[in-house]
Design a protein around this ligand. Sequence first.
Ligand code: ZN
Length: 293
Amino acid sequence: MFLRTSFFLGFAAAALAQAPAPAPLMVHQLKPNVYWIEGGGGNSGVIIGDKGVIVVDAKTTPAAGKELLDDIAKITPKPVNTVILTHSDGDHVNGLASFPAGITIIAHENNTKEQEKALAVGGRGAPPAGHPPTQPIAKNKENLKIDAEKIQLLHWASAHTSGDLVVYLPSEKIVFTGDIIATQLPDPLIHLEKDGSSEGWITTTKGIAALNAEQFIPGHGNVQAKADIEKRLTDAEAKRAKIKDLVAQGKSLDDIKKEVGDQPAAQGRGGRGPNFPTFTEVVYRELTQKKGV
Ligand SMILES: [Zn+2]
């Protein structure tokens, strides 16, 4: 998740100014050649190929992006040649500013569009101008071989954002989900302003749960098992169905929130920023404001 407007960024900057020095990133090994690195924004994946390194998501700030590269350099002397972005939020993209020029940056084509929009708006949250995606993905399933590593890129529907890309390593049975799964919240986080969708989230998470995989690295939080993903899915499906029922009965948003036990929304950095809409608010808005849902 990331705050986009300068008004919101004012809050975030104030929170940052008072925050202690960030904790160092934490490196976790999943397989002999696959790691995930925690901290400094969204989780990052690191896949060591035969000649180079593939990174999934690049942290929030140039400093965190550099720390990520330094940590990778402690694991392997091979250069980082490729970055795959799971979505366009700044806490997964903006650390790219510290990455070498000329690397391949793979992202869903809608992610590219969202970044172009954010660049045009400008401000502190804007993505690094020198590192736009170089390889947009338009297909819902793309089988790649990068540095001898089999990588499947998957997109089922708009979910967290319109440009979500799930990174699946079939040989290692590992999935990098991006923020479709983010465990700091019990409910899915949907960015309506980036055309995310609760219905698309359910379609997408069904797709993720059906993959032949054992380790699911979320955008935020610890490694999940398939049963964890399935539980998030059934919980969200049940909640969405209940909200739909209550909307059909003509209940108000406040009443619906009480009835479903609305969970607190994700907060801006440092807990001082504005809240994102809760899952209940998102579903309510979708059902009452959009046609054909
Ligand atoms: Zn995130």
